[in-house]
Design a protein around this ligand. Sequence first.
Ligand SMILES: C[S@@+](CC[C@H](N)C(=O)[O-])C[C@H]1O[C@@H](n2cnc3c(N)ncnc32)[C@H](O)[C@@H]1O
Length: 273
Amino acid sequence: MRSPAEQFLIDFHATLPGATAEAFGTLPVQFRGQSFASSYAVLATAVPTDRSPLAVLDLACGSGFLLSLLAARRQPGLELIGVDMSADELRLAAADLDGQARLIEARAQHLPLAAQSIDTVVCHLALMLMGDADPVLAELRRVLKPGGTLAAVVGAPNPPSAAFDAYIRVINAHASGSFLRLGDARFRKEEGVRAMFAAQWHGLELDEIRSHRRLTPDETWAWFMRMYDIHQIGEDQRDEVRREYLSSVAAHCDADGRLEFPQAFRFVRAQTA
Ligand SMILES: C[S@@+](CC[C@H](N)C(=O)[O-])C[C@H]1O[C@@H](n2cnc3c(N)ncnc32)[C@H](O)[C@@H]1O
């Protein structure tokens, strides 16, 4: 049976399929002092270009943005597999990929894949959403070959900003007791991530990915509307939340009517024994 958090995610992705790729696919980021077109492009660097054959699983592939980036390489021997529990996201992925990846509707906790069949698992903005991460990490160790790589972009605490402070304050004021905290809280802190990978993974590397934009208040609101939290607030309250948020950030705009909008993500890499 699905947990309430999983049901929320299924419903969100049925209502707004492709929202994640729309939000993050064109968000330029900085990683190790270099500029990348998006956090998907950073994650794609974890897939070697010089190994063949190479079986790559995109775990929680959503609408297939990362798989499309990898397919565009036309790399000989690259086998692409995408798994997601949202049939609606997979429908978009299938239309985009046109047979260039094997797409499977499944939960990360029970992958219908053979043991030791995958060289690299990539996962963009999803691993931290999956309830208790331990069974998922165990399942990834099962399907990865010995010495295989897991590379994931996960959420990280954002640098302080008036926009995020105001958003969190307003959302919290409207959230009822049933507000779902999605995923495994250990992902929120670097020590938590280190603890999760300490015992059964090797060569853990953690890096920060950052983006920095200056947006109008309406643009920041449009961004939040593609994220999960606001969709936990009843539709009847969202106009009020929007008004409160916009009035709260108005004083923080510069002369050009824009706000600082910095964001941070974590890039996690580790190998199986
Ligand atoms: C924020 S979206 C990211 C989608 C895609 N990786 C991207 O970045 O475009 C999170 C995705 O994780 C999927 N997901 C969450 N928990 C899952 C689980 N336990 N098993 C499989 N998919 C899951 C959701 O269905 C959704 O497509």
